[in-house]
Design a protein around this ligand. Structure first.
Ligand code: SF4
Ligand code: SF4
Length: 356
């Protein structure tokens, strides 16, 4: 049974309070035992997209960085390029955007290093005991790291219903090709009755897969990579997915890529879920979001499945429904956790230990 350490926080707690709390659960969960002198320590962050300001704030990373440096580790902030067009589509834009959102060396004390190189294709194939994948493509610098501290923001998610540690590891540490593989089952369609042909999805589609047909948007299936960008940008609810089947497959792919990202350093990882400023959609969305449920607090564990399971359960206990049910009813965010447990990524059975 895994231990998950949890500290509750007041709704609306300041970034400094959040940072202090993350430091406490890091200590309680045995963060220091995961790091050896000289380790390259990847600190997985998410710097948000343009107009999106509900990401985990830089103050949290300063506290973690100070702890990791005190342990004589060599920590660095890291992230990968996105599939979609945006402020994080390559390492240069990503770095500049990280500075814009306060992830500076001055603020965090940590250098920002893209894990998958300039264009998102610096990758290594890793063999895993998966059901859907026997090999997965992971950002190379993650495989060069000796240890990992993953900081995940708990949110709803367009594709998986619930996004926290497993999504952060699976989607966030895969290379562009790895991300494509995870999205490969997702194929949207246009509801013509709702389409106003505003052309926004045409502008954002990274594959130029959307064209005009009879005055409406039309998706050319053979070009579509299933990235979901069209659904994210459409303001008229005109893009639809067959969620039931496709979401489950995507969640399983995500869990398998998460395994590929951490299995070389399985005993050198700590996973943190920040259940604050929780929004319907994840931090990749390029628009301003407001939190849609009151804040809960922060959790940490050496088990990536347990920390997400505990996070989901706490939210359900507090709000009657879990994040997937609250954000995308019809999606089942549990699939990723059940599959993660099945392939040996972690355990859904845990003991919750409150931190004073
Ligand atoms: S963004 Fe939506 S409404 Fe606009 S063209 Fe695309 S599908 Fe139609
Ligand atoms: S049509 Fe396909 S490739 Fe284009 S934005 Fe939509 S999901 Fe992505």
């Amino acid at each position: 049974m895994a231990d998950v350490f949890y500290q509750a926080l007041e709704d609306g707690a300041a970034p400094e309070t959040m940072a202090d709390s993350v430091g406490k659960v890091f200590d309680a969960a045995g963060g220091s035992t995961r790091i050896s002198a000289g380790d390259f320590v990847a600190v997985k962050c998410h710097v948000g997209e343009l107009h999106n300001h509900t990401y985990v704030p830089p103050a949290v990373y300063r506290v973690l960085g100070e702890k990791l440096k005190a342990l004589q580790g060599q920590p660095f902030l890291t992230e990968t390029s996105t599939l979609y067009r945006g402020e994080r589509e390559n390492a240069i834009k990503h770095f500049i955007h990280a500075q814009r959102h306060g992830f500076t060396f001055e603020a965090t004390g940590l250098p920002f290093i893209s894990a998958d190189g300039l264009a998102g294709n610096t990758e290594t194939e890793v063999a895993i005991p998966g059901e859907l994948n026997q090999r997965v493509k992971i950002a190379r610098e993650i495989l060069m790291a000796d240890a990992l501290v993953s900081v995940a923001h708990a949110t709803g998610h367009l594709g998986s219903g619930f996004g926290a540690t497993l999504k952060t590891l699976g989607m966030g540490l895969a290379s562009r090709m790895g991300k494509l593989r995870q999205h490969s089952s997702m194929h949207p369609e246009i509801r013509t009755a709702k389409c106003t042909f505003c052309k926004k999805c045409l502008t954002w589609c990274p594959e130029d897969a959307i064209v005009e047909k009879k005055g409406k948007a039309f998706i050319q299936k053979e070009k579509c990579i299933g990235c979901g960008e069209c659904a994210a940008v459409c303001r008229f609810d005109a893009v639809t997915y067959n969620w039931g089947m496709e979401s489950g497959l995507m969640e399983k792919h995500m869990a398998e890529h998460a395994l590929g990202a951490i299995q070389h350093m399985r005993d050198k990882c700590l996973f943190i879920d920040v259940a604050m400023n929780m929004t319907k959609d994840c931090d990749c969305m390029g628009y301003q979001q407001s939190k849609f449920i009151p804040d809960l607090g922060v959790l940490a564990s050496t088990d990536p499945v347990a920390v997400d399971q505990a996070c989901m359960d706490l939210i359900r206990r507090q709000h009657g429904r879990d994040l997937a049910e609250l954000s995308y009813p019809g999606l089942d965010g549990q699939i990723q956790l059940e599959h993660g447990e099945k392939i040996g990524l972690g355990s859904r059975t845990y003991r919750l230990r409150e931190v004073e």
